[in-house]
Design a protein around this ligand. Structure first.
Ligand code: NAD
Length: 496
């Protein structure tokens, strides 16, 4: 059985910890490896490597940095199937979906290839007589990226291309559930010519995270995961004086107005609700049917969802297993709870006949209708293939429901009414909004992030927010002395 360890100074690093966690193939239930869980000393060794590599990388020319990024982009593009296969083997998502994840990550690398333009500062001539001012953006130092299980490649790539391009060094702490992608991406950096120590990986759990939050050499933390841990990471990291962006959980609503095209809305609800078995932070988990269309919409969604083939992602299935048995059982318990609370189980994934190994962590697409806002199926982030349908009378009721929800990651409105769409994107308190687009993940050159309990901190990921997060500005005021500047004056500098 393979042991998955850390990556330090351009090569695998075993560390000294004896603690491990099992890594499982969710489609078979077979334990395929064990991941080392770093102790404090292991984390410190990795952080020290990142700190040692910083001065030279900070001073590497933009030409050199972008050459490495372009090479990384080319290598990844040529070999993305390998990475996708690794993701499917440990996460369970189907291969086409894993490839889609890598593709979205590649787009951030492409964005980061434009770093010379993104880092340009401002210049003001003659701010005062013969006094000029310019501003520059400089890297922070070693930065930490802590990622969740559901996007083992894309989420780290939301951060590390921009961080590295801007001249920082990186310590990635991936999820212990699917850790192999991180080492594959690290080895690819080595091949692309990134100097040793600029990109490092430490495997682990809370012990590793806490050391990264406390270690004074780490200057910023980019975290993605569940809301309670995001809040904790934000509080502990900022208390230690670091910049923190901590992206949390979600409950994404799709509101369907009576004038919407119901076939398009039904397609979108199925794709966004059950893609990646609902284990996406931008998955649609609450469908809000407005007015008299609810029965017809639910029936069209059910018709489509019934046809989804749940099974092994390497064998042509459309929806894979859940990530662990415990998570599968937890998601199923929400279906039980919804049913007991009075929701109608229109489609029951608990009895799915999966195309795969009997020991896989299967749960089929599930639709719960007549869900009330007080039911746990609505109040909690389920993170599985369960679509809860809530019925409301009006646009205002739908908006009030979305805005009252403590999460604010993504939302979508389906309508053909431009005025209603305009009102919605203006009034809704959510960070990413789709109009007839069910999963409105912004492109690399915009920034990704939610509001309310879906993000702690004030910086979203990638785009300009990402560039600002990974740099700090310096304003330089210059005057080239000539004899007219002599004389003593203790007053506060004034401009003439
Ligand atoms: P998680 O919160 O359990 O884990 C995330 C990371 O935190 C992992 O690296 C994990 O090792 C670490 N961690 C776990 N418990 C910890 C603790 N007690 N102390 C310190 N660190 C700890 O999340 P997950 O189950 O891996 O991922 C799913 C969650 O991530 C969902 O809630 C999903 O909505 C969220 N997510 C959000 C976004 C977003 O952009 N907002 C994107 C992807 C996933």
């Amino acid at each position: 059985m393979q042991t998955i360890a850390h990556w330090l100074d351009g090569k695998p690093f075993a560390g000294t910890s004896e603690s491990t966690a099992p890594v499982t193939n969710p489609a078979t239930g077979v334990v395929t490896g064990q991941v080392t869980l770093a102790n404090q000393a292991d984390v410190r060794a990795v952080v020290n490597a990142a700190a040692a590599a910083f001065p030279a990388w900070r001073d590497a020319s933009l030409a050199k940095r972008t050459q490495v990024l372009f090479r990384y982009r080319e290598l990844l593009n040529a070999r993305k199937e390998e990475l996708a296969a690794l993701i499917t083997a440990e996460h369970g998502k189907v291969l086409s979906d894993a490839l889609g994840e890598v593709q979205r990550g590649l787009e951030i690398i492409e964005f980061a290839c434009g770093i010379p333009h993104l880092l340009k500062g401002g210049y003001t001539e003659n701010a005062s007589t013969k006094v000029d001012i310019f501003s520059v953006r400089q890297p922070l130092g070693p930065v930490a990226v802590i990622s969740p299980f559901n996007f083992p490649a894309m989420v780290p790539m939301w951060f590390f291309p921009v961080a590295i391009a801007a001249g920082n060094t990186v310590v990635l702490k991936p999820s212990e559930k699917d850790p192999s992608a991180s080492l594959w991406m690290a080895a690819l950096w080595q091949e692309a010519g990134l100097p040793d120590g600029v990109f490092n990986v430490v495997q682990g759990d809370k012990v590793a995270v806490d050391e990264l939050l406390d270690n004074p050499a780490i200057k910023s933390v980019s975290f993605v995961g569940s809301t309670p841990i995001a809040r904790y990471v934000y509080q502990r990291g900022t208390a230690a004086g670091k910049r923190v962006q901590a992206l949390g959980g979600a409950k994404n609503h799709m509101v369907v107005l009576p004038d919407a095209d119901l076939d398009l809305a039904a397609d979108a609800a199925v794709n966004a609700g059950f893609g990646s078995a609902g284990e996406r932070c931008m998955a649609i988990s609450a469908l809000v049917a407005v007015g008299p269309i609810a029965d017809e919409l639910v029936s069209r969604i059910a018709e489509r969802a019934k046809t989804i083939r749940t099974g092994d992602g390497t064998r042509g299935a459309e929806m894979g297993p859940l990530v662990t048995r415990a998570h599968r059982d937890r998601v199923a318990s929400y279906i039980d709870a919804g049913e007991s609370a009075g929701a109608t189980v229109v489609l029951d994934g608990r009895t799915v006949a999966a195309e795969g190994d009997a020991d896989g962590f299967w749960l089929g697409p599930t639709i719960l209708d007549n869900v009330g806002p007080e039911m746990s199926a609505y109040t909690d982030e389920i993170f599985g293939p369960v679509l809860s349908v809530l019925r409301v009378d009006s646009y205002d009721d739908a908006l009030a429901l979305v805005n009252a929800n403590p999460y604010g990651n993504g939302t979508a409105l389906f309508t053909n009414d431009g005025g209603a769409a305009r009102r919605f994107h203006n009034e809704v308190e959510v960070g990413m909004v789709g109009i007839n687009v069910p999963i409105p993940v912004p492109m690399a050159y915009y920034s990704f992030g939610g509001w309310k309990n879906s993000l702690f901190g004030d910086s979203h990921a990638h785009g300009i927010d990402g560039v600002h997060f990974f740099t700090r500005t310096k304003a330089v005021t210059t005057r080239w002395l000539d004899p007219s500047h002599g004389g003593l004056n203790l007053g506060f500098p004034q401009n003439h």
